[in-house]
Design a protein. Structure first.
Length: 81
């Protein structure tokens, strides 16, 4: 895989943008990802946390991982009684 020079969340476009060493700019549309993989507000919250606090981990999850499996593992929904 190509080396990543920078990775940040662009609030204006709602995209995580990665600049690769060969000059390629890769943009991940976070809204589209949420629509496809997040089934609850808890899963959306987990994705949002990654976007704002660790955009590189978010990008690696989307590009190389299994976001659905990750979200099932880290989110739990406990209904109010």
């Amino acid at each position: 895989m190509r080396k990543i020079l920078s990775c940040e969340f662009n609030l204006n476009t709602a995209c995580v943008e990665l600049l690769m060493e060969d000059g390629t700019l890769l943009s991940i549309d976070c809204t589209a990802v949420e629509i496809e993989v997040a089934n609850s507000m808890y899963q959306r919250s987990e994705l949002d946390w990654l976007i704002y606090n660790d955009p590189l981990a978010y990008a690696e999850l989307i590009l190389n991982g299994d976001p659905e499996l990750y979200l099932k593992a880290v989110t739990e929904h406990t209904p109010l009684d």
